[in-house]
Structure formats: C-alpha cells, structure tokens
Design a protein around this ligand. Sequence first.
Ligand code: BG6
Length: 497
Amino acid sequence: KKVANQMLVIFGASGDLTARKLVPALYNLYKGEHLPENFVVLGTSRSDMTDEEFRKKVVAESSFLQSQLKEQSEDFVKKFTEKLFYQDLGKRYTDSYDKLANRIAYLNEEFGTEENYIFYLSTPPSLYETIAKNLCEEGLTKEDRGWKRIIVEKPFGYDLASAKALNEGLHHYFEESQVYRIDHYLGKETVQNLLVTRFSNSIFEPLWNRNYIHHVEITNAETVGVEKRGGYYDKSGALRDMFQSHLLQIVSLLVMEPPINSNAEEIRDEKVKALKSLRIMKDEDDILENTLRGQYVESTVSGKKVKGYRQEDGVDPDSTTETYAAVRFFVDNWRWKGVPFYVRTAKRMPTKVTEAVIHFKTPHHQVFSSQDVYRQDNKLIIRIQPDEGILIKFGVKVPGLGFHVEQANMDFYYSDLDSAQVMDAYERLLLDAMQGDSTLYARADEVEAAWEFVDPILKCWKESDKVTTYGYAAGTWGPKNSDELIEEKFGWRNPGD
Ligand code: BG6
C-alpha cells in the first residue's frame, strides 16, 4: 500500500520513548523504504533544543542508532536524521501552540507533506485533552486539506471513569476514526498470529470451545524490576500497567468469535463483544477468591543482590502496589461458559516470557494407562515472546511393551521461516497509522470494556483491608500461595523450569 506524504509530530519528544522506540522504528521504516518520499518528523516538548541538538540527542540515546552509524555508514544515518526537526512548546503544554502551528505550516510547505499530519502523544495522559484542544484551536485537526490523525500512548486512563473522560475529551476535537490508541502488544507478530492460528486452520477452531478446552492460562513474566519508572509504576501497578491493556488484548483475541472479514471494524467489534463477556467480579469475596497481588522483595538472583520493590527509586517505602498480579475469571458466553482463564503478570520473575497455553480436556474415556493423566492432556502453547512460535504437546506411545503414553512436542519457531524479517512492534504500528489502518489499535469501546472488568478489582484492592500484597523473593515465580489460585492438579506452567 502506498504511504501518503506526511508529517509526524511527536509530543513529549525529549522523553525516553522517542529515542528508544519511535525514532529507531522510523529509521527502520526508512531503511526498508517504507516511508513516503516527502516525510518529516517534528519533535516537540518543553525542553529547549535546536533541530541539530534533537538529532544528536536521539542518536546518542539509542544504542541501535549508534550501531547503525557503524553498520550503515554515518552518511546513511545522517540522511535519515535530516528528516527530524524540533520545536519547543514553551514551559507548559498549555500555550505556544501558535509557534508550533507556524513551524508545522512552514515544514509542510518546505517538504510537501500535503497537510497530512499524525500527532503522536507521548506525554502523560493528563495532557491529551489540552493538546487536542490546542491543536483544534490552531486549525490543525480540520481535514479539509489532508487528513489528521492522533496517536495516544498507554496508559489510557487510570480507571474506567478517567478512560471515559479521556475518550470524551478527545472526541470533542477528533472523530473516533482519527484516534489511534496504541497497545504495542498488538504490534507483535505473535499476537497478530493468534487470529491466523485460530481462523485460518480447520484443526484448531472446531476445538476452540468449552467442549474441548479445560482451561486457558496466560503468563507474562519479566526479569527486570521497575527500572527507572518507580514514580509512574508505584501509582499504577501490574494490573493497570500490563493486565488492563496488553493481557486483556491477548484475552480478547483468544476469546473472540470469528469476524466476518479482516477489516478493522469487524475485528474490533468482535473483540469488544469478547471483552464484554468477561464475568465482572461482583463483590469482595469474589475478588479475594479470584485474584492475587504480590510484590517482589530483596533477594539474590544469579549471585547478585537485587533490591526489593519498596527500596526502588520513586517508590513509597510502605507501598502496597503490586508487581505481581494474577486473576482467575470466566467468560460468560456460549463458547466459553465454565472454562476458567488464569492470567498472571509480574516483574522480577526467573525468566522473561509471555505465553498463552490452551489446555485441552483429557479424552472422555481413558483406554491407556498413564502415570499422570492430567499431565498428559494436549496443550497448545503459543509463545508470544521470546522464542516466538507454537508448541503442541500430544501423547505418543512409549516404545516397548504395553501402551504407555508419554508427551511429545511438535514445535514451530518463527525464526525457522526464511521469509522477511519480523518488524518491531512500533515499526508495524507506526506504518499502519501512516496508512490509516487502525486494526491493531484499540478502539474507545474496547478500552472501556477492558476497564469495566478491571475497575472493581482495582477498587477492592485499594479499599479492602482484607486484601494482602504478598511478598515474593525477586527472581522467583511469585508469592508462595500463587498456586492456590489455579486448580491444584495443574499448577501454573512455569516455562523453563
Ligand atoms: C509496557 C509496560 O507497556 O510493557 C512495562 O509499561 C513493561 O512495564 C512493557 O515492561 C513490556 O513490554 P515487552 O514488549 O517487553 O513485553
């Protein structure tokens, strides 16, 4: 698909996302010849910088761009960075938009970007509405000449009420079709492949329901702690940071009904229906029984001392914010009635992995003896990252006398495909927005449906004195009682153990 000439305006451009993710993604698009002929990036933030200082800063802060200076030659990288410009927004995000508008008009004229603008908001959400309003007042949202789009980063809201308010605020100035809510998990190949696995194979979909699936398990584990984001994270916690967005996106793709085609609206309609069918927990007892929160404590990991969460910079020393969250829930619809879903996410785990496991039921009648019937159930393991791929576990006869059954693996690795290299999530998502394809962006009703499910849990965790934040040693699989949440005979699948 041809990409129209356009300008990308990044708000919060002096922040870490621009140098770490956005500019490297744009560089790769440039290298892959995906950018249109006329294309410029205008960074803006409160910092005072010249164009040249901005270019130097993003290169200096990106180890990837640094490596490209050697791999591709300085000239090549320079040609790319010449597409980057910078305009400061004064001391606040509330004024100086006239200067910004003038600069946009000037660059548009100079570089022929045809008044096609994407505004990328990499700022705290509290600024989204202010920025949108100011853009509107400067006449920068009107689509009479060229299209206008706005991309907003997560977190999209702090709870249901604030997400609704944010949507309402943005909708004053932009149509929903102009709003692109980013969830970088949707940019991951393996997450998109959930749709293909389910809807392009006749061997999975007929089994994809309560008749054959015993339970579904999703694990998202990171080895890192909160790094330099203690201040943000302490107000957020794992449930907001990962579960409400990335993990519920994965859930919606696993749960949804087949869309009638692959258009953005059709797919997103089905995802919304899926999210709306999650059974909302109704009271404190329900939440105490079905959720678990934990927080990592100081420990020694691979011979190195690792700080506890409460000792991290920017974190309240008495914080009860969770770095581990596990939730068991049910999906109240025809397909999924009665099938438990177990989803957990945490920092400071033994390994970095994200996977979804579909546990199939054991056959109704056991013909062969087996030591441990429940360990022998068929599993479809979708490895989202790393080692992207799909693993099927199935029973085979142990060679020799009798009919003893053992599990064997059928394993597919993405890395075995020799087709084109996998695009980074931000690359894919930016290119989609540049082409006006919002399939991999979250729609307003989708985000709200996800908050609707999460809201009562957050509320209870905050208000109830019966909720405990359990400690777990950094580098372990979570609180000691985490297996109590999942049916005993299975326990969690800890990849790599
Ligand atoms: C971000 C969260 O959205 O996703 C981070 O804010 C988390 O806390 C990150 O580390 C994980 O992303 P990935 O792609 O490394 O799994």
